[in-house]
Design a protein around this ligand. Structure first.
Ligand code: A2P
Length: 343
């Protein structure tokens, strides 16, 4: 069976990854419709060695579409995802708009693929930082339930979008040339700097990104009892999010146990040899599909604690790849019925 696919936000960073990953993984596509804002209408993008014209996203854009992959921000998703679902498409939405809706499954295929089944037209793709953390923690949680997580993230600018990449590039050049910088995308200069602010601040002093990590982790892992505290930090890295994760288990978790558990776990790969400085880092993770884990060691501050360093490509596993894997899972389990409307 083949499917009619639409991409909303096709000109964006994640949209471009959707196009690449669908081709790389030979997703069974009958047709592809590229959608963005009116600014991009008429622009042509390459899909599988074929030039395809981008259309403006309108309420009629989803007629005959089986799967609509959205990555154009929360506002667009809030408006168009219900319209797409109403016209018969299954929406896989990369924005934060629907993630915490009780009627919308929030899915990481390595963790909770069975949640896909109860969707009613919209499936949410989690936050990039959450995805890579749960891919690493869930297999451990299954054998030794986690009680508490403390995480510090080091998130690349591509998570913000095209304009942020441009801002880092321009500012880096300006700093090296001794010029002043003027921040537009972030509240302060991001080049040669580190900013502990991602998304808006909430009343309790955390940011919405930190809140998202906590709430999304509990929803995906079906583990509302886990205590969690996150600090999310933007760093001047183009692609690849890194995380220092402290997890407290129900009983001691040894680094050797982690190796054994990860050997049978999907999507996660250990890179850990201090003698040769082998550990994952953002530069090597960019363009790859795995969640990499290194610096695995016991937490000296708690008998049941474990510390590790988790890195992944935020545009791929943290966004587009996870969404395509959700679509693949639906195809595999025969939960996706192609539209009758031929394209
Ligand atoms: P456009 O290029 O036409 O502005 P990124 O986050 O990487 O910057 O990408 C954002 C994506 O969201 C782009 O594809 C952008 O399209 C798309 N987008 C922005 N505004 C709209 C809109 N009003 N309708 C549909 N897509 C939109």
């Amino acid at each position: 069976m083949e499917y009619n696919v639409a991409i909303v936000g096709a000109t964006g960073l994640v949209g471009q990854e959707f196009i690449k990953i669908l081709a790389q993984r030979n997703f069974p596509m009958k047709s592809i419709r590229l959608l963005a804002s009116d600014r991009s209408a008429g622009r042509k993008l390459w899909v599988n060695q074929q030039e395809i014209e981008v259309g403006e996203t309108t309420p009629d854009s989803f007629e005959g579409i089986d799967i609509a992959l959205f990555s154009a921000g929360s506002e667009i998703s809030r408006h168009y995802a219900p319209l797409a679902a109403k016209s018969g498409a299954v929406v896989i939405d990369n924005s934060a708009a629907w993630r915490m809706e009780p009627s919308v499954p929030l899915v990481v295929p390595e963790v909770n693929p069975e949640d896909i089944e109860w969707h009613s037209g919209i499936i949410a793709n989690p936050n990039c930082s959450t995805i890579q953390m749960v891919v690493a923690l869930y297999p451990l949680h299954k054998v030794n339930p986690i009680k508490r997580i403390v995480v510090s993230t080091y998130q690349s600018v591509s998570g913000t979008g095209v304009a942020a990449i441009e801002e880092l590039n321009v500012q880096s050049k300006q700093v090296l040339e001794g010029q002043n910088t003027i921040p537009h995308v972030y509240p302060h200069q991001i080049a040669f700097n580190v900013l502990p602010e991602i998304d808006v601040f909430l009343d309790d002093g955390y940011t919405r990104e930190e809140w998202k990590m906590e709430e999304e982790t509990k929803k995906i892992m079906h583990a509302g009892e886990i205590a969690m505290s996150a600090t999310c930090v933007r760093v001047p890295v183009l692609i690849g999010h890194s995380e220092a994760v402290w997890a407290e288990f129900s009983s001691p978790m040894m680094p050797d146990d982690v190796e054994r558990v990860f050997a049978g776990a999907p999507g996660v790969k250990i890179l850990d040899d201090n003698a040769i400085s082998l550990y994952p880092h953002a530069w090597m993770a960019a363009g790859t599909d795995e969640v990499f884990v290194g610096r695995i060691r016991r937490d000296t501050s708690h008998p049941n604690g474990l510390v590790m360093w988790v890195v992944a490509d935020n545009l791929r596993k943290g966004a587009a790849l996870n969404a395509v894997q959700i679509a693949e899972e639906m195809v595999k389990r025969d939960w996706l019925k192609p539209s009758e409307v031929a394209k």
